[in-house]
Write a protein that binds this ligand. Structure first.
Ligand code: ZN
Length: 330
């Protein structure tokens, strides 16, 4: 029995212990041989011997089980140790993501206007006719509604075609003065080189007492903004039409690719159209119940700015999720 005890102590794997157990308890093992000796004994001697053997057998089982559970725990811990990862270990493999160029451009624009004390407002993507059209001087059957084809839901709700409804919602919930921008996604059923069904706009709105805000303010703020985005570029305002502003203008910058000489991007005009703006139409103020107010508004497409800043030729490539494109913006 002492030899057996020693053998158990010396086992250093579950496998080895199992072999020993079979050796001792098996048909040709130690206990089989010892129990066989009972045949030669009789009476009290036989009973005493059998009792001693059973006691030994129990004790041995107990020792084997204890050793087994010890070895199993140890082997499990060894596996854990082998698979362990040292998170504090320095690695020179640095794999950092990057902001999407659209978001990056949006952040840059937001940062500029926030520095001029504009608040950043948000609104729902699913809008109703009143906030998206009616309140913006686009009554039903107004020809300007054709300018923006619309995704409609069955119940008449729609995906907003511009961020202007956020301006309406802000004016309905606040009194002037207002100084806000609203960045976000907008939707129109278009798909080609320069249009995607979802794109991003930022619009700005400033409203104050009548006479306190003028087109001159608008002009100076936009000129400064465009120079912040594109460096020292020429800026020009062209008369235009938007239903929600009167007068309205489109804003061009001198082509940043050919510097006015004419190229494919500017279609040989030397100018790139980047913004729409104007002083707020009185009908818009009437729709939100503002009296004796004046204001200006402007809007731009963020993808257009991102494409110009990063010289991206196809708008659709911004939304294909191709990592090879995105990795260039790290
Ligand atoms: Zn050009």
């Amino acid at each position: 029995m002492e030899t057996l005890k020693k053998s158990i102590e010396e086992c250093d794997s579950v496998k080895e212990l199992e072999r020993l157990r079979v050796e001792v308890f098996g048909k040709k093992g130690y206990f089989a041989k010892e129990f066989a000796k009972l045949k030669e004994l009789s009476g009290d001697e036989k009973i005493a011997y059998a009792a001693r053997l059973n006691e030994e057998k129990d004790k041995f089982s107990e020792l084997v089980n204890a050793k087994k559970s010890f070895l199993e725990t140890k082997e499990y811990e060894d596996i854990l140790k082998q698979d362990a990862v040292d998170v504090s270990l320095y690695s020179n493999i640095v794999n950092v993501g990057a902001l999407h160029p659209v978001i990056d451009t949006m952040d840059k624009i937001i940062e500029y206007f926030v520095s001029l004390n504009f608040s950043v407002e948000d609104g729902p993507l699913v809008e109703d006719d009143f906030h998206n059209f009616e309140a913006l001087n686009l009554p039903k059957f107004h020809p300007a509604r054709d300018m923006q084809d619309t995704f409609y839901f069955k119940d008449g709700a729609l995906l907003r075609t511009h961020t202007s409804p956020v301006q309406v919602r802000t004016m309905l919930s606040q009194d002037p003065p207002i100084r806000m921008i609203c960045p976000g996604a907008v939707f129109r059923p278009d798909l080609d080189l320069t249009h995607t069904p979802m794109f991003h706009q930022i619009e700005g709105l400033v409203v104050d007492k009548r006479g306190a805000v003028s087109f001159a303010n608008l002009k100076s703020i936009l000129e400064e903004f465009l120079r912040y985005m594109f460096g020292s570029v020429k800026v020009r305002f062209r008369p235009s039409f938007f239903p929600f502003t009167e007068p309205s203008a489109e804003v061009d910058i001198g082509c940043i690719f050919c510097h006015g000489a004419g190229c494919r991007v500017c279609k040989n005009t030397g100018w790139l159209e980047v913004l729409g703006c104007g002083t707020v139409d009185q009908n818009v103020f009437n729709a939100v119940g503002y009296k004796n107010s004046s204001g200006y508004a402007f809007g731009l497409g963020i993808e257009r700015f991102a494409m110009l800043l990063h010289k991206i030729p196809d708008l659709r490539s911004l939304f294909e999720g191709d990592l090879r494109l995105l990795e260039q913006f790290k």
